[in-house]
Ligand binder design. Structure first.
Ligand SMILES: O=C(O)CCC(=O)C(=O)O
Ligand SMILES: [Fe+2]
Length: 327
């Protein structure tokens, strides 16, 4: 079960009133009739310009997180504006829903993520939109995707992809009224001390394969066998999706089971409130979600999601025309 008793102990930064007003003013530069579409390169360019106007304390926090994502690999920002004061529209309930309109929330999450890297999306996921809605969708309850409402296994985002995001931002637009839906995170920095040297060794060998999600179809391609722990054995990156990564032999299977247990033992659960932005470092932290019961009445839990990565040149091969959308 993905159901730790304790609430998150991950350190959070609360945006104060003055900073919130600054963020609404910043969003004002990116919303309105002059800016028809989030996915227009001109909007992203305007957001890139505006990102330097984020409140100073926030800029300092983001810069520090980029340098070192902490033991948890998660940064929690609280009390960000998600509207300019207008009521929030109903939670979308259709498959693959995205935010094409430059709303206050879209402007805020994009400007914050642009401080960590370049904002990207994937052609085969949510039609390549930069700002995506994470909402429960009728008929998708049991899917291992963010449209589902059964337990979503711990995963690295787009683990199969060579140019997966380095950071995943999840901004809470509307909280789950039942309180059951919790974003769960765990980092390899926390889990590593619980693993035996033998397990670490197996995880560091190319004895695992990760499938692309069905939405990526054949374009996802068959990726080759890979290690789950990469880089410095004392402070590795992790590459695993417990719903999509397959061990290639019995010892690899056992090592993956131990890794999952270590993640569960060190996991933090976040009951996101309106205006909370959880930024997950996708190289050292896995994330998932507890199960919950949607009502599909327009009041369900609603997050907006934006990805960022650090090296725009490394991903150029996957970005036709040099845009923000990867194949
Ligand atoms: O719903 C959540 O809390 C997380 C969903 C998720 O894994 C994602 O959108 O990438
Ligand atoms: Fe995810």
């Amino acid at each position: 079960m993905l159901a730790p008793a304790a609430e998150s102990t991950v350190s959070a930064q609360e945006i104060d009133r003055a900073e919130k007003a600054e963020l609404i003013a910043l969003a004002g530069r990116l919303t309105g009739p002059r800016h028809p579409l989030v996915d227009d390169p001109a909007w992203l360019a305007a957001a890139r310009e505006a990102t330097s106007l984020l409140p100073r304390t926030l800029l300092t926090t983001l810069r520090a997180f980029r340098n070192d994502p902490s033991a948890d690999g998660v940064l929690l920002l609280r009390n960000l504006p998600v509207t300019g004061g207008d009521p929030l529209p109903p939670t979308p309930g259709v498959p693959d829903s995205v935010e094409r309109t430059p709303t206050v929330a879209a402007a805020v999450i994009t400007s914050v993520m642009l401080q960590l890297g370049e904002v990207i999306a994937f052609h085969n996921e949510k039609s390549g939109a930069l700002v995506q809605n994470v909402v429960p969708v009728p008929g998708k309850e049991v899917s291992q995707s963010n449209a589902g409402s059964v337990l979503l296994e711990l995963h690295i985002e787009n683990a199969f992809h060579d140019n997966r995001p380095d950071f995943v931002g999840l901004l809470c637009m509307r909280e789950d009224v039942t309180g059951d839906a919790k974003l769960c995170t765990s980092s390899i920095r926390r889990a590593l001390p619980l693993l035996t040297p033998a397990t670490r060794q197996v995880l560091a060998e190319p004895r695992f394969m990760t499938e692309p999600p069905p939405s990526f179809g054949s374009l996802g391609g068959v990726r080759s066998a890979h290690p789950v722990l990469l880089g410095d054995p004392e402070d590795p990156n992790v590459l695993v999706d417990f719903a999509a990564t397959h061990p290639l032999d019995d010892a690899a299977q056992q090592a993956m089971t131990e890794l999952r247990e270590a993640f569960m033992a060190t996991m933090a659960a976040h009951r996101l409130r309106v205006g909370d932005l959880a930024i997950v470092d996708n190289r050292i932290a896995v994330h998932g979600r507890t199960s919950f019961t949607p009502r599909y009445d327009g009041e369900d839990r609603w997050l907006e999601r934006v990805y960022a990565h650090l090296d725009n040149r490394r991903s150029r091969v996957d970005r036709p025309g040099g845009g923000a959308v990867l194949n």
